[in-house]
Ligand binder design. Structure first.
Ligand SMILES: [Ca+2]
Length: 90
């Protein structure tokens, strides 16, 4: 359980580093660009790709990404990545 707690703390810290440290902070598209540039330096970051990702993250379409929306997309991406790796092993 300690590892899961550490993972959640890391997710929260990473989100707050880019979105701000307020209690109910949210992430804008500009903040998402900064996160992607620093955390995923080798990934594609075209305006189109970032815009598509942001729209997918912003589930309630209010123009900003909450921590819950951020966690949802991160876990979805990791789940897809895991499923692709398992499929490759078959
Ligand atoms: Ca939102």
């Amino acid at each position: 359980m300690a590892r899961l707690r550490q993972a959640m703390d890391l997710l929260m810290d990473t989100f707050q580093e880019y979105a701000g440290r307020e209690k109910d902070s949210t992430m804008t598209m500009i903040e998402l660009v900064k996160l992607l540039r620093k955390e995923f330096p080798d990934e594609e970051k075209s305006l189109s790709a970032v815009s598509t990702l942001f729209c997918k993250m912003d589930e309630d379409s209010n123009g900003v990404v909450s921590f819950k929306e951020f966690v949802n997309i991160v876990t979805e991406v990791k789940l897809i990545s895991f499923q692709q790796r398992v499929a490759c092993l078959r």
